[in-house]
Ligand binder design. Sequence first.
Ligand code: NAP
Length: 249
Amino acid sequence: MNKNPFDLNNKTILVTGSTAGIGKAIALGCSNMGANVIVTGRNLSRLEETFSDLQLEKNNKYILADLLNDEDLDNLVEELPVLDGIVFNAGIVKTVPVSFIKKQQIQEVFDVNFTSSVILIQKILRKKKIIKGGAVCFISSVASNYVNLGNSIYSASKGAVNSFTKALALELAPKNIRVNAILPGFIETKILENSGIDKEAISKHLDNYPMGKFGKPEDIANAAVFLMSDASQWITGSLITVDGGYSIK
Ligand SMILES: NC(=O)c1ccc[n+]([C@@H]2O[C@H](COP(=O)([O-])OP(=O)(O)OC[C@H]3O[C@@H](n4cnc5c(N)ncnc54)[C@H](OP(=O)(O)O)[C@@H]3O)[C@@H](O)[C@H]2O)c1
């Protein structure tokens, strides 16, 4: 019998930022498809909660780590088993008009959304903790191409993720490691709570969605499961938009 190409049994997958929102849905999605899942984030109780929702019989693991802390990054890599797949999902939003941006805000957004992923994949590659034939997926954003007022640093950080995705895909292609990014449209999660965007602006934003609805974390998780699976074995260097038609126009 042919193996289901979407099956993740016998694969071990790391998901960063898996204590909430999209990352949590990706962790659960990979787990439901049979993967051993390594979850990581800063908040211990939410990390334990995600961990306890994973399929029990698997070799799952949780590792507490702040991606902005060098020691935590080293410890995370040390504790990792050899991986078949990585989803770089952790991210933050800061909404501030260009005239008011402080250097520290640029640094914080880029450090979480971009730099920490670059450093982490570098450490993982050096320690040979991803197999040849593995898969890497970055969670970028449609905001990298379709900008909104006040969101310049966030958009720029995700633009950097898109370029890095392609460059890394080229570099790792000889090892048969695939590297892709998902560009989600608006997904209702807690990310906007500290962003400065008000609820009225969000409900007005719905007018830009031709299907009349925002996405759910599971909509992104399903795309990530596909990119972690053998079903996508000839896809690399791709930026895959999942946005309910937001970017059609
Ligand atoms: N929601 C959307 O509309 C949307 C649209 C496009 C793209 N995205 C992207 O999707 C990804 C997930 O977003 P979300 O909406 O699910 O956000 P969320 O609910 O706020 O979750 C963000 C995750 O990132 C983790 N995180 C943040 N800073 C971290 C740090 N310094 N170290 C380690 N982990 C950190 C958080 O974990 P702890 O709090 O435990 O540290 C949390 O698990 C982000 O990259 C975001 O840019 C979201």
